[in-house]
Design a protein around this ligand. Structure first.
Ligand SMILES: [Zn+2]
Length: 442
């Protein structure tokens, strides 16, 4: 016999699915433009309501109308302990319904998956955090250390209206926080039936977005012309686009490759890590980008009429630097483009790297192994950037740990910002169990 209170209490395994589906149905598309971005306020209010229902007070901080960030603090039992920050963004990248098998904001459950834009990036984790906290509040569980919850806006467009706004204008909210968990880590990669890697993010590359400016002499398209801005810029962009920067294996990547080579029985040649990486299948795209600086041309703009040679041309290059390599990358780029092209930085955020050790890492590993005896936690470097960039500015040691057990055949990295983004329902439920264990023990 169960008591009325117990029978009225939702099972976390069901609740996480409901909460995630509700969040997916709130369209929080971030276009990068305040005029057309939607839904962050509604999502933050939804989260606030779900916390208020179980007695947790949260405050919504708007950086601009509609750009809502929510922060709450769960007090710990041991005031001597430093606080842990648990953060997740509420915005998503755009999705075109015509390209999807289901409507991207329908929150449909089909074939064992919950579908929708944000299902893995990252309303799944938002829902897991909410589920754990609601269950704790209902059952009287309190963590040892303060846990600060942050649900942010604008992660998908550089976080100026989200995490950077919070750390610049409301840094007191994070008083006492020394460590943090957020996206993109804790997900599984199947080695075989009995072994799965769980990639825990301990490092992320820097963001070095730049604009190239070429100047030339304007003129008539029919005439002899030796000072054409379009030609000069095209040559510079092509040199960058074809350039391969030298391989630099950082501590994080070395630890990852050693573990993986061992498990896969692949010979790891330190001078040629690419051969081992090529055997990793779908995650080779992520790992392959973390052994060197990269520079990908993404935009090119010039001209206004078919028979007019314009006086100027611009291009954007999305560069990502390894820890400690941003200045070196700038030098390398200057050499590639030559003296006549002007380089302007439009976004520059440093790379992060921390060590894979200590009590927090142990707690992650123990929680994973308790729910999956075949778990092999490994550190890795993310080739992209997250809100960790902002929170690390406060001296917080940031990890990507949003636990998720995935089927062996799922191309997980392809789902980020991809068509038919979806999360396995049982993976979501696994994540709640791991997160609950981890947060209780850390
Ligand atoms: Zn994300």
């Amino acid at each position: 016999m169960t008591s009325d209170a117990a029978s009225a209490r939702p099972d976390p395994a069901d609740e996480v699915v409901d909460l995630c589906r509700d969040l997916l149905r709130i369209d929080t598309t971030n276009t990068g433009d305040n005029a057309t971005s939607v839904g962050e306020r509604a999502a933050a209010e939804y989260v606030a309501e779900k916390l208020a229902e179980v007695g947790v007070d949260a405050v919504i901080h708007e950086s601009a109308p509609g750009r809502a960030n929510l922060v709450a603090r769960i007090p710990g039992t041991d005031p001597g302990r430093d606080a842990l920050l648990v953060h997740g963004h509420l915005d998503v990248v755009p999705a075109d319904p015509d390209e999807w098998s289901v409507h991207p904001f329908s929150g449909e459950i089909r074939d064992g998956y919950l579908w929708g834009r944000g299902a893995i990036d990252m309303k799944d984790f938002d829902a897991m955090v909410l589920t754990v906290v609601r269950n704790w509040q209902r059952t009287g569980v309190r963590p040892a250390r303060d846990i600060v919850l942050a649900f942010t806006a604008d992660e998908e467009a550089g976080s100026d209206y989200g995490a950077h706004f919070l750390t610049e204008h409301h840094r007191g909210l994070f008083d006492g926080c020394t460590e943090a968990i957020g996206e993109v880590g804790g997900f599984s990669y199947t080695i075989d039936e009995s072994q799965r890697l769980y990639l825990i993010e301990t490092a992320e590359k820097g963001i070095d977005w730049l604009r190239l400016h070429a100047r030339g002499r304007p003129g008539h398209g029919s005439m002899v012309h030796d000072d054409n801005a379009v030609t000069a810029l095209a040559e510079a962009v092509a040199r960058i686009g074809r350039h391969r920067f030298p391989v630099v294996v950082t501590d994080t990547v070395r630890a990852f490759l050693e573990e993986v080579s061992d498990l896969l029985g692949v010979e790891l040649d330190p001078a040629d890590p690419e051969t081992a990486i090529a055997k990793l299948g779908p995650i080779a795209n992520i790992i392959g980008a973390t052994i060197r600086n990269t520079a990908n041309p993404t935009r090119f703009a010039a001209g206004y009429k078919d028979n007019v040679i314009p006086g100027r041309a611009t291009a954007t290059i999305d560069c990502r630097s390894l820890p400690g390599q941003s200045e070196l990358l700038e030098q390398q780029l200057r050499e590639l483009v030559g003296p006549d092209i002007v380089i302007e930085y439009i976004q520059r955020q440093p790379a992060l790297e921390t060590t894979f050790d200590g009590d927090l890492v142990d707690a992650m590993s123990v929680a994973l192994r308790a729910e999956d005896p075949g778990a092999r936690p490994v550190p890795y470097m993310l080739s992209g950037g997250t809100d960790a960039k902002a929170f690390s500015q406060l001296g917080i040691r940031c990890f990507g740990f949003a636990p998720l057990r995935l089927p062996a055949d799922l191309n997980f990295s392809g789902l980020f910002h991809g068509i038919d983004e979806r999360v396995p329902v049982d993976g979501l439920q696994f994540g709640v169990r791991v997160l609950d264990r981890f947060l209780r023990s850390c």
